[in-house]
Design a protein around this ligand. Sequence first.
Ligand SMILES: *Cc1c(COP(=O)(O)O)cnc(C)c1O
Length: 458
Amino acid sequence: MNNNTIPYKLLLTENEIPTRWYNLRADMKNKPAPLLNPETHKPMTFEELRKVFCDELARQELDDTTPYIDIPTPIRDFYRMFRPAPLVRAYYLEKALNTPAHIYYKFEGNNTSGSHKLNSAVAQAYYAKEQGLKGVTTETGAGQWGTALSMACSYFDLICKVFMVKVSYEQKPHRREVMRTYGASVTASPSETTAVGRKILAEHPGTGGSLGCAISEAVESALSQDGFRYVLGSVLSQVVLHQSIIGLETKTALDKYGVKPDIVIGCAGGGSNLGGLIAPFMGDKIKGVADCRIIAVEPASCPSLTRGAYAYDYCDTGAVCPLAKMYTLGSSFMPSANHAGGLRYHGMSSILSQLYDDGLMEARSVEQSKVFEAATFFARCEGTLPAPESSHAIRAAIDEAVRCRETGKQETIVFGLTGTGYFDMYAYQKFNDGIMSDYIPTDDEIAKSLAKLPQVNA
Ligand SMILES: *Cc1c(COP(=O)(O)O)cnc(C)c1O
C-alpha cells in the first residue's frame, strides 16, 4: 500500500484483538535464567511458586516452551472495554521535525488507569478469581499498577490491598483516591502493618520508601493471610507474556497497511511494556523472518541495562522474593530523590536481560530534562500529554528521526507510548519552573550497591 494512504489512526476492529498471547521465551535460543529460591539457590519449583502466586500464573512463569497461550474469554471481554489500543501515525510530529522518517506510536493510555498495566492486571485478577481466592496484595510506585489492579479486582469482585511507596502516597493523593474509588485499600509503605515494614522503619526512620520495600510488605501480607496471593505489575515473565498483546496488535495493524518497522523503541522500567511491544518483532528477528533494530530506553539516573551487572539479584529490599538473573544496579540501589521521571526499579526483566546480553537489542539511557523536553515537544505536536516514563521512548524516537533528517534516510520508527501524564503534573511543574535537575549516579555509587549482590553459584 502507498504510504500516503495511511490514515492517522491505523484502526483495528474488536474482532482483531488477539485471541492468544505470544510467549517469546519459546522462540529464544538462550532461555532466560530460572528464578531461584532465595534460601537454597535452587530453581523455584511450581510448588514453591504457588505459595506466592496464583497457580495458573506460576505455571505461566515457568513455561518457556509454549509459544501461544489462549486468552480466556472473560479477559478478552474486559479487553474490549479499552482495546484495541490506537496505533497512530505521528504525522504532526514528523512535520514538526521535518524528517523523512515515518513515525508510529502505540498508545496504551486510553483507560482510567492511564497505562498499559491494565493488560496484565485483568489477567492476574481473573486467574485469582478462577482459583477461588479472596484477594490479592501488591505494591505500587507512581500508582499506575495499583490503579490498574484496583480496576481489575473490582470487575472480578476480589479484595485488593495495595502498598504504595510513601513519597508517591503523599505526592499523588489523586492516584490513591482513584484506587479507593475502585474499592482497594491503600497503605503507605513502609508501614507498621508488616514485620518487614517495621524493620525498615526502625533502620531508616522517616524514609519515603521504595518499590523494593513495598514489594516485601505486599508479599508478607499475602503469605500471612488465607486466600491471598501476591501479584506484580512488571519484571516477571508472566507479565511480559500478557503485555505481548501490545506488540501483537501493533504488528496486526502494521501488516494490514503493509508497513515494516526499521526500529522499534520502548521505555524500560521493569521491562514489561517493552517486552510486550517487541515480542512479535523479536520473534521474527530470532527466526530470521524479518529484521529491525530494537531499542530500550532507560533513565540516566537508574541505568540498569547500560550500567548494571548481569547477575542474580534480589527482586525486593527484604529479600523475600525469588532471585532473578537480570541486569541490575543492586537491590539496595535508590535513584536520586530529584528523579521525577519514573522507571526507578533496580533490575530488568530476565527475558530482556538475556536478549540484551545476546546482542539482539540495544539500550541507551537519557537524562530527565531531555525526557521532559521531548514530552513537551510531543504534547504540543500530537495533542496527547505523555507520561514521563513513555517520554523516554519519545526522546529516542525523536533522536532517531533527527538522525534520519541528517542522513536523508527514510526509516520507519515505531515506539510505545505507554501512558498519559495527567497524574505527573508535579514532575511537569518542576520542568516548567526550570528547576528540574539531572542526576547521574557515579561509578562508585553503583559499585557500592553491586557489592551487595547475593553470592550465587549458578
Ligand atoms: C509502569 C510504567 C512503565 C514502566 O514499566 P515497564 O514494566 O518497564 O513497562 C512505563 N510507562 C508507564 C506509563 C508505566 O505506568
